[in-house]
Write a protein that binds this ligand. Structure first.
Ligand code: SF4
Ligand code: SF4
Length: 376
């Protein structure tokens, strides 16, 4: 469940940062070249956009040195995908867990409580209030429960329902082809991820209560997510519901042999930040993908993966930055000699696909390839 960090804990973490900035570069030795890790700092170039700069801003706010938010300050705070690359890297170097993304979310929550928030993020609250989804869409994605007593529920999520429905279609297609019964929520509401990530925690309360009640009523024992952002939110921001919460790739790995017809496709796997760094799920997506395609390794992967650029409220407020980050990833895909880029997250797919619009490169979610390679 969401816990507010104590002021002393926050300041102690911030004071541990020695501003070395090593958290912005991938490990040098395996690649023998300097590869950036922090999309925010790399794109904007100023110290304030790197992790140590953000920590300094947070300290100055907490200690009362900053009393008015400038546009520049708001940009430095919110143009960060909370990808966690800085946190992982700092941990390797210093052996101290500063918990940067949690601190940054806490900073946003502090700012939001003062009304220092971007209009783009504020408007998401209004959209959710009105439509119960983060995009303000008024239509419903069509999905039907096949058995009201099924142990398994598929939580679809706003992005797969309204922006990349091919992912939800593929997951439902897999269930049907394998003859697996499932439930979907009668009324699925946004999980609240974007609200937690942008510091608008209070507005998420109603969503959390509704979704918990839907799951309780369903009697499902396992909830499956194709969206790592939703999964992270249920795991880290919701109270324990006593049900198992799994990502689609974990669920598919467990099923074992699905008689998939492997394609002759060279595919690079992009680790979604919420799935990899946040939840430690690196192997299952690769195991599933290796059943349907030939994996081409990228230089920055797993804990040191380069973020697709769309998380943490960045896509809605800083689309140019989001697309630039995705385009940087595409360069790496080509370098790896892949003809397709595969992720396991609707948010990643949406942004990477948009950036690849004029490229000869296919972008998929792993469940789409699995569905395609399953005998109908
Ligand atoms: S967060 Fe860690 S790695 Fe980054 S500047 Fe601070 S101490 Fe250095
Ligand atoms: S969370 Fe990601 S984008 Fe934000 S400062 Fe850290 S590395 Fe940079």
């Amino acid at each position: 469940m969401y816990m507010k960090l104590k002021r002393e804990e926050i300041l102690s973490a911030i004071h541990h940062c020695v501003k070395c900035k090593l958290c912005s570069i991938a490990s040098f030795h395996p690649n023998a070249e300097w590869l950036p890790l922090c999309p925010s700092g790399q794109y904007y170039g100023y110290q304030a956009f790197y992790a140590p700069g953000k920590m300094e801003i947070f300290r100055a706010i907490l200690e009362g040195e900053i009393t008015e938010p400038s546009d520049g300050l708001l940009n430095a705070v919110y143009a960060c995908t909370v990808c966690g690359a800085c946190y992982e890297k700092c941990k390797q170097i210093t052996n101290v867990e500063l918990g940067a993304p949690d601190l940054f979310e806490e900073m946003r929550s502090e700012l939001a409580s003062k009304g220092w928030i971007l209009d783009a993020h504020k408007s998401i609250v209004d959209k959710i209030k009105e439509t119960k989804n983060a995009y303000g869409e008024k239509y419903e994605y069509k999905a039907e429960t096949t058995d009201q007593n099924a142990d398994v529920m598929y939580y679809i999520g706003c992005t797969a329902r309204y922006r990349v429905p091919e992912i939800a279609d593929a997951m439902l297609g897999i269930f049907d082809k394998l003859g697996l019964k499932y439930q979907v929520m009668g009324e699925e509401w946004c999980c609240g991820s974007v609200l937690f990530r942008t510091g608008q925690v209070k507005a998420a309360k109603e969503l959390v209560a509704h979704n918990i009640e839907e799951i309780r009523k369903s009697g499902a024992k396992t909830v499956i997510f194709t969206c790592p952002g939703c999964l992270k939110t249920f795991k880290k921001n919701y109270p324990d519901m006593g049900v198992e919460l799994v990502h689609s790739t974990q669920f598919l790995t467990r099923l074992g042999n699905m008689n998939l017809k492997k394609e002759n496709l060279k595919a690079a796997y992009h680790d979604p930040c919420h799935l990899g760094r946040d939840l430690g799920i690196y192997e299952e997506p690769r195991a599933v993908l290796s059943e349907v395609a030939n994996i081409k390794k990228m230089k920055r992967e797993k804990k040191q993966a380069w973020c697709c650029g769309s998380g943490g409220g960045v896509k809605s407020a800083f689309d140019d930055f989001a697309l630039w980050s995705a385009a940087e990833r595409l360069k790496e895909v080509k370098e790896a000699g892949a003809e397709a880029l595969v992720s396991a997250c609707p948010f990643c797919k949406r942004n990477l696909k948009e950036a690849a619009e004029n490229e000869e490169l296919e972008v998929y979610d792993v469940v789409e390839l699995v569905n395609r390679c399953l005998e109908g």
